[in-house]
Design a protein around this ligand. Structure first.
Ligand code: KIV
Ligand code: ZN
Length: 397
């Protein structure tokens, strides 16, 4: 039996705080509706102490969602926890998410706190959070660059104070899959009370390994964002985590409650709301993720999509795979597209069309339907016979 993994979506918090991605409370609410349709387990809606609009966004999402848990972030400070709790008032399933940094780098240079101080404050903040809700998550910021034994001690204190989920963030995208999986495995075995809490993976993509690290974590909750948006290089992309678990369920035996057909609509809505387009070659949701241009690939795809597709576009809510016509395309793909446009060219006409197509493709990045109509009409018309040379008599008269 496959174990289930909770999907904790932080698009509206870690994603939204990245430059250029800010959303109004109303926009957060629209996105939250789509995340509900997608079936995520937790929506982290914001960091209420950060601004009035963050508070309003969390409050709007908290009032709306009746099934999906709604989380609000707070530093391990009394004022933060109270503000986050106030924003979650009225939520059907509120989660308070408390964090403190545990690496010496952060403690010394950012917080200027001792290890003991940070541990005490973490426990106090978690205990306070528990007075508002019995669903409290604790995060050890920069966990992957923290001293293991100290990290374990802080987690132990947080669990003893009432945390029900403990998150092990790779805040700066520094870890590698094997190391991250081993760290979480060691913590699960070593931390007192670990068997009573959910371990969570939260990975950033600075070295391009956020998704791989999340999948290697062996955690029962994965924190991720739509389109992988987030601080610096972003967070683990939700759509990649979800489809990897689906396509490679033989190797990754974890189920989620997601409706995969809602992945592409979620990606599109986020781009519409933020005004930021997804890069064309982005896995799963990029414009080219299901497009084929090379002639050999197109020929294979026309014979059987199994040749070059490990997943159908429909699975993630896209309309269909696309054969892009460009200078790498072959006769087979051109003939098929011309047939779709209503032209059945054979023999010499087909050859003329292919030559004209290649000439156009050399000049342009992609050949579009209006080009194809012109090419097909010209190829279907027999070339004018050259006029006969004038006879001697005609020339003399
Ligand atoms: O990356 C990080 O450490 C975070 C925490 C606040 C969970 O986003
Ligand atoms: Zn983060």
């Amino acid at each position: 039996m496959a174990d289930s993994v909770l999907i904790f979506d932080t698009t509206l918090r870690d994603g939204e705080q990245a430059p250029g991605f800010s959303l109004t409370a109303e926009e957060k609410l629209r996105m939250a509706r789509q995340l509900e349709a997608l079936g995520v387990d937790v929506i982290e809606a914001g960091f209420p102490v950060a601004s009035a609009s963050d508070f309003a966004g969390v409050a709007a999402v908290a009032h709306h969602c009746r099934q999906t848990r709604v989380a609000a972030l707070a530093r391990a400070l009394e004022g933060d926890v109270r503000r986050a709790a106030a924003a979650l008032e009225g939520a059907a399933r509120p989660r308070l998410h408390v964090f403190v940094a545990t690496s010496d780098i952060h403690l010394e240079h950012k917080l200027r706190k001792t290890r003991d101080q940070a541990l005490r404050e973490a426990a106090q903040a978690v205990a306070l959070a528990r007075t508002f809700t019995d669903d409290v998550e604790f995060s050890a910021e920069d966990a992957t660059r923290s001293d293991r034994r100290y990290l374990a001690a802080v987690l132990e204190a947080a669990i003893a104070a009432g945390a029900t989920t403990v998150n092990i963030p790779d805040t700066v995208g520094y870890t590698v899959p094997e190391e991250y999986g081993a760290l979480i495995g060691w913590l699960r075995r070593s931390v007192r009370g670990a068997e009573n809490v959910v371990f969570s993976a939260h990975c950033h993509d600075d070295l391009g390994m956020a998704v791989a690290n999340s999948l290697a974590a062996g955690a029962r909750q994965v924190e991720c964002t739509v389109n992988g948006i987030g601080e610096r290089a972003g967070n683990a992309a939700l759509e990649e985590v979800a489809t990897a678990l689906h396509v490679r369920r033989d190797a990754l035996p974890y189920t989620t409650g997601l409706t995969l057909e809602q992945l592409h609509p979620a990606s599109q809505l986020l781009s519409e709301l933020t005004g930021v387009e997804v890069q064309p070659n982005k896995a799963i949701v990029g414009a080219n993720a299901f497009a084929h241009e090379a002639g050999i690939h197109q020929d294979g795809m026309l014979k059987s999509p199994l040749t070059y597709e490990i997943l159908t576009p429909g699975t993630v809510g896209r309309s269909g795979h696309e054969l892009v016509l460009g200078k790498h395309s072959g006769r087979h793909a051109l003939r098929q597209r011309l047939q779709r446009l209503g032209y059945a060219l054979e023999g010499e006409q087909a050859e003329r069309a292919y030559a004209a197509f290649l000439a156009t493709a050399e000049r342009r990045k992609a050949v579009v339907d209006s080009d194809l109509h012109r090419i097909a009409r010209q190829a279907a018309t027999r070339p004018e016979a050259s006029p006969a040379p004038p006879t001697l008599e005609a020339a003399a008269s």
